[in-house]
Write a protein that binds this ligand. Structure first.
Ligand code: NAD
Ligand code: UDP
Length: 321
């Protein structure tokens, strides 16, 4: 049994990770400031004697004893990370410094939840880990993109300078149950719109592409990376290489929900990447990992989740944040 710290543990991915780590018999310390996370995501874990919750902002130092650290704390959706860009940079950079400092001090292994956003609007397709990316350093997405790039740099520096045991995972768009209904990401937006027969809001002409990974596949890949020998530090792309236009995603969701929603066009936000698809050769070779959930299968599960949420808590789904 290990004691494992999960920062951002009450968020969409963090709460699922906490659950899986507990299922394996570990002790889990969940650290979160509830900026975008929700207590409802972890209510069901609070009675577990091996689960501990600490309200804490990772931009401040933290001292706890543990064997492993998963550093997931950071708002992940564009509307959330753009709401307070300075705090987003601090969370990425100061958060990484604080968690790396802790890992160094207690000799814990530490994994950074990085992102496909480090590739920016990529000129290389599909994206391989060796690609350095194409990021606007002063654009609306830069607080997140550059924050995450700097965090990768810090992880690498701690590895080289202090022999800290690090892992970097580059996560591509991940979806599934427990996504926040207001986080503005495309999958949750389209499903909620379709279930309520509201207009489906495509930004731009819908020809931009994304590759959507189901939550369970992603967490499986993340835990496999943490379990690799120390010499494997990453970065490793983890995502589903199936590539879809945003228009195709909307059509799939309309079809699966039987919705009467119409598709409408809205302005494309600036610096919105035109294409994104992971090359997962490294994940296949180093982690023996590949996704197993096709898009439509994952969408069905996510639609069921939002259908239930609309029945149980319509105010949470439809009210103002
Ligand atoms: P999320 O917003 O649901 O979860 C982030 C969690 O971090 C929330 O619980 C939030 O309250 C917490 N948090 C934010 N700032 C904090 C701070 N300063 N101190 C402590 N806690 C803080 O997002 P998610 O989708 O679960 O993403 C988790 C991680 O994975 C993030 O680091 C994100 O950048 C990364 N990621 C996610 C995706 C995706 O598609 N979901 C893609 C790429 C990378
Ligand atoms: N998008 C859209 N309608 C929405 C929300 C998002 O067309 O209601 C588009 C967005 O412009 C982007 C893609 O869907 O091209 C994915 O957006 P998301 O915010 O989910 O993730 P990211 O852009 O960070 O990959």
């Amino acid at each position: 049994m290990k004691r494992i710290l999960v920062t951002g543990g009450s968020g969409f991915l963090g709460s699922w990770l906490c659950e899986k780590l507990l299922e394996q018999g570990n002790e889990v310390i969940c650290v979160d400031n509830f900026y975008t996370g929700a207590k409802r995501n972890i209510y069901h874990l609070l009675d577990n004697k091996r689960f501990e919750l600490i309200r804490h902002d990772v931009t401040f130092p933290l001292y706890v004893e543990c064997d492993e650290i998963y550093n997931l704390a950071c708002p992940a959706s564009p509307i959330h990370y753009q709401r307070d860009p300075v705090q987003t940079v601090k969370t990425c950079v100061h958060g990484a410094i604080n968690m790396l400092g802790l890992a160094k001090r207690i000799n814990a292994k530490i994994l950074q939840a990085s992102t496909s956003e480090v590739y920016g609007d990529p000129a290389i397709h599909p994206q391989v880990e060796e690609y350095w990316g194409n990021v606007n350093p002063i654009g609306v997405r830069s607080c997140y993109d550059e924050g995450k790039r700097c965090a990768e740099t810090l992880f690498n520096c701690y590895s080289m300078q202090n022999a800290t045991r690090i892992k970097i995972i580059r996560i591509f768009n991940t979806y599934g149950p427990r996504m926040h209904p207001h986080d503005g990401r495309v999958v949750s937006n389209f499903i909620l719109q379709a279930l309520q027969n509201q207009d489906i809001t495509i930004y731009g002409d819908g020809s931009q592409t994304r590759s959507f990974c189901y939550r369970d596949d992603l967490i499986d890949g993340m835990m496999k990376l943490m379990a690799t020998p120390d010499e494997i530090t990453g970065p490793v792309n983890v995502g589903n290489p199936g590539e879809f236009t945003i228009l195709q995603l909307a059509e799939n969701i309309i079809d699966l929900t039987g919705s009467s929603s119409k598709i409408i066009r809205m302005p494309l936000p600036s610096d919105d990447p035109k294409q994104r698809k992971p090359d997962i050769t490294k994940a296949r070779e180093l982690l023996n990992w590949q996704p197993t959930t096709p898009l439509r299968e994952g969408l069905v599960k996510t639609i069921e989740y939002f259908e239930d949420l609309l029945k149980i808590d319509p105010e949470f789904c439809c009210g103002q944040e």
